[in-house]
Design a protein around this ligand. Structure first.
Ligand code: HEM
Length: 484
């Protein structure tokens, strides 16, 4: 049944309607997007779709037809024009008409009403609260910003010291499982002001949700519950953390609504920022001499941009829903149709449109859309913060390592390719610490059952032993103390 917002969109509009007989999304044959070919080489899938359909192609996403926007110009149009391309899932005709498979795995996330899925005044109001709450963390000039940055560097150094304690000055490591994921978990706990027990629960559920398995729906509910309790905790016990500052910025936020906002931020902070760290490390490790030179010249920001262009961590951005019939690419999109803007495909378009020097050069482009564009783009404070985390995380690795090389050929690196995110499952390297690295001098925490070792971290990847990983991190961050 179509609810109020859908009805108001569908009823009247002064614009042209799609010409009779032009194909509808439902009438077109679609090929499923998420195939093993897409896992390994999404670029070839985007190219094929583009050659068959042009800048916009119909695809199947877990059994539901979706318009995939492939070309840079069209993606930018969709991102920028939020009066036509709406965010609120209630605009989606197929959902309103009850035509979706009941257990469609992506729906649970889209039903969570938070800033990303707001339109108009509700959206503007929520963004203002974000700007104000995030400002103290935006740069290193405020005490909170300085402390967070110092903490990121300290956590990074401690994780590398653990590698050194376990394997000595040279050895093997998985920089995704043993470095990036624990680092982001520690940063989230600090930024959100999580009592650690709550952090454990929240993060385990989030991983389950993002992996899109059969438990994704219930895990989303449980993660939201954990975030709501965090919001309630900080309302009574405010600290110098994002949760408390969100409440200061908008005291009318209920615990439930703040829980929903934190939930979305936790995804960005853990999964998306983590992917950007790994993708940037990969960009350096894959051996392009220009990139390595630029890194040693202190231009990490350029390397981050370049990695964001080649491998954007959010490959396909959140769905948009057409407010009315509108022409895009070679098709008429009908009011209420679902559209997925593909940043990864748009970047490919940019690179192949005669500007391929961009990826071969260390002078990378800022034209990448990894932060989004238009009214819903990543808020500037969040971008600054995420950029600092990525630069610090990458910088500390190459500060400590004299040598690091991939132990798998590039085409054998395992990628996790979902409908939204594309990230490395593993980043296996052989490393050698530099003689002056302080990591060499940090004493190993041996001889105790509680010792936190890189092997403990790697073996405790979330799908296998979440509680072991989280226990290890708790000991590393708080040394057995209880956080408030
Ligand atoms: C490298 C890390 C990050 C990347 C690549 C990234 C990217 C993005 C992108 C592409 C969007 C727009 C999504 C769309 O239009 O569909 C977005 C929105 C957003 N991001 Fe980030 N982000 C990152 C880190 C963060 C962090 C650390 C936070 C907060 C702690 C954050 C908070 C937000 C918020 C609140 C929005 C929603 C804005 C709105 O809808 O108005 N992001 N981000």
């Amino acid at each position: 049944m179509c609810d109020a917002v859908c009805v108001s969109v569908m009823e009247t509009h002064p614009f042209a309607a799609a010409p009779a007989g032009s194909p509808t999304l439902e009438s077109l044959p679609v090929e499923p997007l998420l195939t093993s070919e897409f896992d390994v080489n999404p670029g070839s899938v985007y190219e094929r779709l583009r050659s068959m359909y042009g800048p916009v192609a119909p695809v199947g996403l877990m059994g539901v037809p979706v318009w995939l926007v492939l070309d840079y110009r069209e993606v930018l149009e969709v991102l920028r024009n939020d009066s036509v391309w709406r965010r609120d899932v209630r605009h989606w005709r197929a959902r309103a008409e009850g035509r979706l498979p009941q257990d469609w795995p992506l729906l649970a996330g889209y039903e969570v009403r938070q800033t990303m899925f707001f339109d108009d005044d509700e959206h503007r109001h929520a963004r203002l609260a974000y700007h104000s709450a995030m400002r103290p963390f935006q740069d290193g000039h405020s005490p909170e910003g300085w402390e967070l940055r110092a903490a990121v560097a300290k956590y990074a150094d401690e994780l590398i010291a653990m590698l050194a304690a376990e394997s000595g000055t040279s050895g093997f490591a998985d920089l995704a499982a043993q470095y990036t994921r624990p680092l982001l978990l520690m940063v989230t706990t600090k930024l959100f002001g999580c009592p650690v027990e709550l952090g454990d629960e929240m993060v385990m559920e989030m991983w389950r949700m993002l992996d899109g398995g059969p438990d994704a729906g219930p895990a989303t509910e449980r993660a939201l519950g954990a975030m709501t309790r965090l919001a309630a905790h900080r309302r009574f016990r405010p600290g110098e953390d994002l949760t408390s500052y969100m409440l200061l910025a908008d005291p009318s936020l209920s615990d439930e609504q703040l829980g929903r906002e934190l939930f979305m931020n936790a995804v960005y902070l853990n999964d998306i920022t983590g992917n950007m760290v790994c993708n940037t490390l990969l960009e350096v490790l894959r051996g392009n001499a220009t990139v390595r030179r630029s890194l040693s010249a202190g231009q990490i920001g350029e390397t981050v941009n370049r990695a964001a262009l080649v491998n954007p961590p959010t490959a396909n951005l959140c769905f948009r829903f057409a407010a009315r019939d509108v022409r895009l690419g070679n098709f008429w999109i009908r009011g209420g149709d679902i559209v997925s803007p593909s940043v990864a495909a748009a970047h490919r378009d940019l690179i192949t449109a005669g500007t391929s020097h961009l990826v071969d050069s260390a002078v990378s482009t800022r034209a990448h859309l990894a932060w989004g564009a238009g009214p819903h783009q990543c808020p500037s404070a969040a971008r600054e913060l995420a950029g600092t985390i990525v630069s610090t995380a990458v910088g500390r690795v190459f500060e400590h390592f004299a040598r690091a090389e991939l132990t798998l050929p590039l085409d054998q690196l395992p990628w996790r390719a979902g409908p939204v995110v594309r990230g490395l499952r593993l980043l296996p390297v052989r490393y050698e610490l530099s003689a002056h690295s302080q990591a060499v001098r940090v004493p190993p925490a041996r001889g105790s059952d509680n010792a936190v070792t890189p092997v403990a971290l790697a073996e405790a990847v979330p799908s296998r032993q979440p509680s072991r990983l989280l226990g290890a991190l708790r000991r590393l961050m708080f040394g057995g103390r209880k956080a408030d």
